[in-house]
Design a protein around this ligand. Structure first.
Ligand code: HEM
Ligand SMILES: [Fe+2]
Ligand SMILES: [Fe+2]
Length: 416
């Protein structure tokens, strides 16, 4: 079986498996919707955007607050992407205590739950992508994977399970889980607010911009990794699941936009593999590694990454190939012995020519032959393989493809 056919068969099996998983673990309970609402999430996720909007309309920007807004945006955003996501969820690199504490604090300031909670869901998402066990399964649509999944409590017995032993053993993770509300309150709200207030007297701007607006933007940036990154762009490495690569998603999410790559090679500390693609999270990890603050940066072997690309290209080529006519194959043709072939030409006056094991009807082509009819006529009823392949003229692919459309039979050997 050809390699491309193997790929197709494997894919059909995967699709069948995915459908059966979807049927067997149908989502959501019979419980009424109102009883399943996750009120804390609903209130947090609806009030903060409204507050941010109100702040935007009523509060003037001052330069130091704008700078503080940018700094807190990058710190909390990178806490999620560099810490929660690449370090803890995927172990894409190792980091000493100081880096882990830094990321634990920055990540907490994004107000997206503790490392343990966030990483558990994320590992489940990778393991059960696009099935009912995926907490933010993209098969339920853009808005479900963006935010709706958080607004309802889940039936835990139906969620996928993953190994979290490595995180449970990390004292920084345990410390962050234990004091999560305090750490978040202080680093997300109190500290930036006080810096703007005590620093330059902008209590109002500090609250609305460096705390609320920044929080809302980082929330939705992260949510975009689950929605936009499973919806917009190319499936450059594998199309068996929904993750996609797009530079817009990368810009919105601090580099998490090459999501097809990421789902294929989740342990790679990079999301963007080309130097010109936007991945500030990767740049941060590399910079930290120069100072010994990150080490063992993991990358997937280049050879395997390229195979993914080539297999997708092959798939696209095969799709186009299937739309073209290639002439009948041996299984669809009658076989003739050499004697039968010669009889057909002699007794039935067929204009048949034998080349490369196939018999071709050249009656309509003879006078169109770019090399002139003479060469064809001289070979009716004969095997012209040697002449066709070089002794007279070595034909192009175009000529070979054209010839395959003229097949009317193949040459049986006498034992057949
Ligand atoms: C069904 C069989 C054949 C087909 C479909 C075919 C097709 C073509 C085509 C498309 C060309 C243009 C150049 C190219 O694309 O390579 C060509 C040129 C030519 N063919 Fe054939 N051919 C066939 C059989 C033969 C045979 C049996 C001979 C020789 C005994 C022959 C001799 C030549 C020669 C001499 C040229 C001219 C090259 C030139 O002057 O540039 N062809 N043929
Ligand atoms: Fe994903
Ligand atoms: Fe991930």
């Amino acid at each position: 079986m050809a390699r491309s056919e193997l790929v197709d068969v494997a894919e059909a099996k995967r699709k069948a498996h995915a459908t059966s998983t979807r049927k067997s673990v149908l989502a959501f309970d019979k419980q009424p919707l109102t009883q399943r609402v996750h009120w804390v999430h609903v209130i947090l996720l609806s009030s903060t955007p409204l507050l941010a909007l109100y702040g935007l309309l009523t509060t003037p920007w001052v330069k130091p607050t704008f700078i503080l807004f940018l700094v807190t945006y990058f710190l909390s955003g990178l806490g999620i992407t560099g810490g929660y996501h690449r370090l803890w969820s995927h172990r894409a690199y190792d980091a000493p205590l100081i880096t882990r504490v830094f990321f634990a604090i920055c990540g907490a300031s994004a107000v997206q739950g503790s490392i343990l909670w966030w990483c558990r869901d994320h590992r489940v998402h990778h393991r059960y992508t696009d099935t009912e066990k995926d907490p933010y399964g993209a098969q339920h649509g853009f808005w479900y994977s963006h935010i709706i999944w958080m607004l309802f409590k889940k039936d835990k017995s139906k969620m996928g399970r993953v190994d979290m032993a490595d995180l449970e053993a990390d004292p920084v993770v345990r410390w962050q889980s234990k004091y999560y509300p305090l750490i978040t309150l202080f680093f997300s709200i109190v500290l930036p607010w006080c810096i703007a207030g005590f620093g330059w007297g902008d209590w109002r701007g500090g609250y609305f911009y460096a705390v609320i607006l920044r929080m809302v933007i980082v929330h939705h940036a992260t949510f975009c990794v689950n929605s936009l990154a499973h919806w917009l762009g190319e499936t450059s490495f594998d199309d068996k699941h929904s993750p996609r690569d797009h530079f817009i998603t990368a810009f919105v999410t601090m580099g998490e936009g090459y999501h097809n790559f990421h789902h294929e090679f989740p342990q790679d500390y990079r999301n963007a593999i080309k130097f010109y693609q936007y991945d500030p999270t990767k740049w941060l990890i590399v910079t930290l590694s120069y100072f010994g603050l990150a080490y063992n940066l993991r990358t997937f072997p280049e050879n395997e990454v390229k195979k993914g690309v080539v297999m997708m290209q092959e798939k696209k080529v095969n799709q186009v190939k299937r739309t073209l006519k290639w002439g009948p194959t041996k299984e669809k043709l009658p076989g003739y012995t050499m004697a039968e072939f010669e009889d057909q030409v002699r007794d039935h006056k067929r204009m048949w020519i034998l080349i490369d094991g196939y018999i071709h009807d050249v009656s309509e082509f003879m006078n169109e032959h770019p090399g002139g009819p003479k060469y064809i006529k001289a070979n009716i009823g004969r095997d012209a393989s040697t002449q066709f392949n070089g002794s007279v003229y070595d034909h192009s692919n175009g000529a070979r493809n054209l010839m395959s459309m003229m097949r009317v039979g193949y040459l049986k050997d006498d034992s057949e």
